[in-house]
Ligand binder design. Structure first.
Ligand code: FES
Ligand SMILES: [Fe+2]
Length: 364
């Protein structure tokens, strides 16, 4: 037996056996820069960050330049001029085209070089004078998503977006040390609430996670369950109409690799709340977190939305205090490497989905 063992006999030497964890083989997990992730959709930035002035954004260890051209399309290319590899984000937008800020080469909206000023008007433009870009780009619910290679995974979407009964609010973008897989695991996890979120919503009554099932759909899955929580946001609590400990129903909708929509129905106070989490692996150790709220219980009040955003930021900071401190920044994909319980069904499914994505991308 490898659990710590201490003899109570005074006539025998005290023996302590510890599991030789430093010698155990732990298979490599999913890191931020796993090549398989290039076969999926990732957020590059918020739509509001893209203007006619080219901007540089990082994804999967590479830099991309993005700008909004005259025809209002978002155009995205690798942030590297094919001439002398200067960052194109220091150039300028001319209609639909992009001009490099170093020697002024001009690239049309499809990335083809159409002008080399140093060669004059009669110049023949080399065929290789062409910008590289991601395989696909699309905008949805105020965000720009790119797939570096043709994606295997579905486009991320939020059902509540576009429903006018919901008021939308964006949390500030957060950049943190971390692993996107571990953060997705954290956002799906149901057993940490009373421990990590004791100062916000985590109720002691929710220590035991009720039975729930996970419904799989390709590279996506969903799970629903109900639990008790501390409803500090409910004005009815301050007014003495309702108790602080209330019930809510949580429906998680995950899609690979790192998109999560959490729909919360307040069973006692009424109303609902949708939280979207979208994670961008920036480099091997850093992640950008985009989070937005869609709420139909705030009477359209911008002030209550600001309070709700502040509250969610506090919740997120509680998570990141722990998540940013993992020594090993990778999500184990061998499901025998860790211990799983019935309370971990959805985070176990996360590992299975990502394992399948890695296997499928590797087989191509
Ligand atoms: S480096 Fe871009 S034009 Fe020379
Ligand atoms: Fe959390």
């Amino acid at each position: 037996m490898w659990a710590a063992e201490v003899s109570s006999s005074v006539t025998r030497a005290v023996v302590t056996k510890l599991a030789p964890t430093s010698l155990m083989y732990v298979p490599a997990g999913l890191r931020n820069l796993d090549p398989a992730l290039r076969r999926a959709w990732h957020p590059l930035c918020r739509s509001s960050e893209v203007t006619a002035t080219p901007q540089s954004f990082q994804l999967l260890g590479e830099r991309y330049v993005a700008y909004r051209s005259l025809d209002t399309a978002v155009r995205v290319f690798l942030d590297r001029c094919p001439h002398r590899f200067a960052p194109l984000s220091l150039g300028s937008c001319e209609g639909n085209a992009l001009r490099c800020g170093y020697h002024g080469w001009l690239f049309d909206g499809a990335g083809r070089c159409v002008e080399i000023p140093a060669l004059g008007a009669e110049a023949t433009v080399p065929a290789r004078a062409q910008l590289s870009g991601p395989a696909e780009v699309f905008e949805s619910h105020g965000m720009v998503f790119v797939a570096p290679l043709p994606p295997l995974t579905p486009k991320p979407c939020v059902a509540a977006d576009g429903d006018t009964s919901f008021l939308k609010g964006d949390l500030p973008i957060i950049e943190t040390r971390g692993n996107a897989g571990l953060l997705a695991d954290n956002f799906l996890d149901m057993a940490h609430f009373p421990f990590v979120h004791a100062n916000t919503f985590g109720a002691d009554q929710a220590r035991e996670v009720p039975h729930f099932s996970v419904g799989r759909d390709g590279y996506a899955f969903s799970a629903t369950y109900e639990h008790e929580f501390l409803n500090r946001e409910d004005p009815g609590v301050a007014a003495g109409i309702r108790p602080l400990v209330q019930r809510r129903r949580l429906t998680y909708r995950y899609s690979a690799p790192f998109h999560l929509e959490l729909a919360i129905e307040f069973l006692d106070a009424g109303g609902s709340n949708v939280i979207g989490f979208f994670l961008t692996p920036l480099d091997d150790e850093r992640v950008r977190i985009y989070s937005s709220l869609w709420r139909d219980d705030l009477d359209g009040s911008d002030e209550r939305m600001r309070d709700a955003i502040d509250f969610e930021v506090a919740v997120l900071e509680e998570d990141l205090r722990l998540q940013s401190r993992y020594e090993s920044l990778e999500l184990p994909l061998d499901v025998t490497a860790e211990l799983h319980t019935r309370a971990d069904r959805s985070t176990l499914e996360l590992r299975r989905v990502l394992r399948e994505l890695v296997d499928a991308a590797t087989a191509l």
